[in-house]
Design a protein. Structure first.
Lengths: 112, 117
């Protein structure tokens, strides 16, 4: 099965600074890479995703970059705001039948 | 906006009792997942259905957990008997395939938080 590693497990940044979270995977056949955000007490929600045919995708203050050769992808949040405080999970397709394996999560704290 | 419905939202039970969780996926979503999320960790897949068939239950503790999706629509996850270590959030998700990738976009329900005393 897929081996997904996510770093760091916790991250504190000052409001306005940038945050970067990295995820590595093992199966070179993976071709779709989403990021989910889970606010305290709420469900995980998809915030951005990228397919393997592109190297970067941006959506306002968030972006995801993909390095297929090195088998890692990263979430970038710029101009962080207190409402960005949450746990962020990367996810990777794992084998057939669209199984999805999640990383352990990164708890992001944005300090006002 | 269509949502994945789950009930109950909260369940407190004593160990050795039976518990059951229900999930109603978004209409038309053929794939349904049950995940367990322990506080501070990522979701861990328990069982995955494609229509009414189980396609992955490799991480389901089958001595005490069971899951069914009889008509390929809603699903029930049961634990009997519950143990202290089963305390967690049980998340249901459903998905649609993404064309050209073989991957799925998951939509999660609000979850069922289980506390075993």
């Amino acid at each position: 099965g897929e081996n997904v590693e996510q770093h760091p497990s916790t991250l504190s940044v000052q409001e306005g600074d940038s945050a970067v979270i990295k995820c590595t995977y093992s199966d070179s056949a993976s071709n779709y890479f989403p990021w989910y955000k889970q606010e305290l007490g709420k469900r995980p929600q998809l915030i951005i995703d990228i397919r393997s045919n592109v190297g970067e995708k941006k959506d306002q203050r968030i972006a995801v970059t993909l390095n297929k050769t090195a088998k890692h992808f990263s979430l970038h949040i710029t101009e962080t705001q207190p409402e960005d405080s949450a746990v962020y999970f990367c996810a990777v397709p794992d084998g057939g039948y669209q199984k999805v394996t999640f990383g352990i999560g990164t708890k992001l704290q944005v300090i006002p | 906006e269509a949502e994945v419905a789950q009930s109950p939202r909260y369940k407190i039970t004593e160990k050795s009792q039976a518990v059951a969780f229900w999930c109603d996926p978004i209409s038309g979503h053929a794939t349904l997942y049950w995940y367990r999320q322990i506080l501070g960790q990522g979701p861990e897949l328990l069982v995955q259905f494609q229509d009414e068939s189980v396609v992955d239950d490799s991480q389901l503790p089958k001595d005490r957990f069971s899951a069914e999706r009889l008509k390929g629509v809603d699903s029930t996850l049961k634990i009997q008997p519950a143990e202290l270590g089963d305390s967690a959030m049980y998340l249901c998700a459903s998905s649609l395939p993404i064309q050209g990738t073989g991957a799925n976009v998951l939509t999660f329900g609000a979850g069922s938080r289980l506390t075993v005393l």
